[in-house]
Design a protein around this ligand. Sequence first.
Ligand SMILES: Nc1ncnc2c1ncn2[C@@H]1O[C@H](COP(=O)(O)OP(=O)(O)OP(=O)(O)O)[C@@H](O)[C@H]1O
Ligand SMILES: O=C(O)c1ccc[n+]([C@@H]2O[C@H](COP(=O)([O-])O)[C@@H](O)[C@H]2O)c1
Length: 229
Amino acid sequence: MRVFYGGSFDPVHNGHVAIARAARDALHAEVALLPARDPPHKAATHADAEQRAELLELAIEGEPALRVDRRELHRAGPSYTCDTLAELRADLGGSAPLAWLIGADSLLQLHTWHRWRELFDLAHIVAVQRPGAEVDAARLRAEAPQVLAEIGQRWLPPDALADSPHGGFALLPLAELRPESSTELRRRIAAGEQWRDWVPERVAARIVQLNLYRDPAVILPASSSSVRP
Ligand SMILES: Nc1ncnc2c1ncn2[C@@H]1O[C@H](COP(=O)(O)OP(=O)(O)OP(=O)(O)O)[C@@H](O)[C@H]1O
Ligand SMILES: O=C(O)c1ccc[n+]([C@@H]2O[C@H](COP(=O)([O-])O)[C@@H](O)[C@H]2O)c1
């Protein structure tokens, strides 16, 4: 089983690392983290793609079975997950079990992703709980009925995913729900509030060295303040 975890990682925080570890341990699999060059649902990012990837490398340094996959950095245009999964499928072959990891807030929005139903033809989808966005069937029915309908017959225990190459859905509980978000982290850095305990120390030191996220404009919505990667 191969697990892939995409994100803006702008910047990476301890919540991201906890999710990657939890998926690795629950699915007994290597987890590749993929920084998105151009996240489709974000107007722009606040650090460029190379900087975000470098911080991600630092965040997982020394972590067994976690690695960074830079393939989305080399592709022009929006970093659509269906395109990334098609590339991975071509690389790994049709029979390799493959899973794409997302947070619960992303699951509630899955129906807005580019060619979203095709994602299940390419990979399993694994969602992890997130504070404020915890999902269950009732919440999906209320907020994302199309998603619930699509995953209805696909719902599997996590251990069963490795038995097929794609098409399943699993929900991973997290032993400890992590409150971190990149938006709040950027706000704290710009506001001069305490933030360093939300990231590994190596990441904090590099953010300071590169003088990232210090501009108070990062507190504004991304579209009015940011650089394109
Ligand atoms: N604390 C967390 N708990 C669970 N899932 C998370 C957490 N932080 C991020 N994720 C998930 O990780 C994926 C990548 O997240 P992303 O890089 O956008 O970070 P973020 O903290 O959500 O950023 P932002 O606040 O800028 O939206 C998404 O699917 C998101 O739902
Ligand atoms: O393919 C899409 O349309 C799509 C829409 C929204 C998000 N994604 C992917 O989901 C991951 C998390 O996105 P985000 O915006 O929460 O950082 C990241 O890998 C994005 O490329 C993908």
